[in-house]
Design a protein around this ligand. Sequence first.
Ligand code: ZN
Length: 545
Amino acid sequence: MRSAILLILSASFLFFNHRSVKQVDLIVHHGRVYTVNNRFETAQAFAVSDGKIIAVGSNEEILKKYSAKEMIDAKGKPVYPGFIDAHAHFVSYGQSLYQADLFSTNSWDELLNRLQKFAADNPDEAWIRGRGWDQNKWPGKSFPTNEKLNQLFPDKPVLLTRVDGHATIVNEKALELAHVTPGQKLVGGEIETKEGKLTGVLIDNAVDLVSSVLPQVTIADYTKWLMAAQQNCFAVGLTTITDCGLMYTDVEAIDRLQKDGKLSMRLYVMLSDDKENFDRYLTKGPYKTDKLFVNGFKFYADGALGSRGACLLEPYSDRANWYGFLLSDKKHYDSMAQILVNTNFQMCTHAIGDSGNREILNVYNRALKGKNDKRWRIEHAQVINQNDFNLFGNSNIVPSVQPTHATSDMYWAGERLGAERLKGAYAYKQLMQQNGWIPLGTDFPVEDISTFKTFLAAVVRKDAKGFPANGFQIENALTREETIRGMTIWAAKAGFLENEVGSIEPGKKADFIVLDKDLMKVAESDILNTKVVMTFVGGKKVYEK
Ligand SMILES: [Zn+2]
């Protein structure tokens, strides 16, 4: 009798229970789920429906309430929100995958050898293009000249972009096509001329003279570039990327590839400082779809420290009377700020030198006039005068930084800046304290796309070989939690996307990754050995190791 009652009770319980089980698309369970919510709480499981996270909790809670055809047993592995890169160049990166790889060349001769091989392998290319050279890694550390390039490639134009994208070396054929002449002057750029002859080195705005005569990019080019780029990015756990400085034509191609279902990567886009972009977008306002948000305009205050184009308050420590330069007329920044402050667009400005930063901080403060939520950004915020840090907090200006720049530049930044100025450089902790949050990025292809290198550089401020032993200016290291936030929710916030992506919480898009090691706990020496096991965008698996 007693067991009969129990049977009836449990049967009705099962029946009732079954009725209340909700069918969803995907359940992830038995994970160590870092939600990256406000309190940085962990969970074990979550349920996904229609591309969104609908519930987060313990294994018991989720498995009792939901059932799904697709079940992912994370087997105790860490699950994080998909990484978001707050500053990168997705289109350029894709393009660089189809150019001669000049990263890590140790001399000009080695570069020429690589280039000859590339030219032989790609005989149909109208232009020979390469990216990634850095004379700071070569004997003598001085810029090359193009004599050998002219001998090797007398008939084909050659354009080789420096690692930072702020300088190129081109051959005579390219100079001829672009009608560049010795001694020619322009605002915000340098055409290097020695003894009345062009050396082929073009800095900052001078690069545009040659890039404006490049062949038109086709949709087939974009497809090839972006598909290759997204595959590599998914493999390092990136699910949203900020592309800093695109033309409207690039945006149209991205939109089309996303709508065709080919491109799954989410993108936040800053449009380049260009009249055609302003004409198309200023009155229309920001553009938004499920995977694309065009919400910023990207300006350049100055160039880069490596090519001495960064604008400094005092002369460079390694070049007498040389301050670098601003890339536009000062009035241009002010007038654009006054226009943009009355729109919903974010103003985002590349600023490296302490003078470039001060100039833009003052422009922003004049337009924003104190506390606000417009999230105007300074990209890199690399060298800041100690008197200027508070200018970020005064008007809630967002410093958007790339931790691997610190560990890539630390070998020679002191030569450019001297010990005193170096203290205010790559000062991520001090910058974070201005608003209580900071977005992190990589600036790829200037740096490697690796999210784990970003994590290592932010947390211990050492290179891949563990140099320097105590970390470079370690007082500016971020904690592991701050770094994870900087790579997820704070990177989302920097683009007004924090209600959609950046954490594992109900209502958010189901962008998440499973790792083989836990970044919050892994030994420092093992950070770079961490691998992404799976990457999901909108609840769909886009990568599996
Ligand atoms: Zn950049």
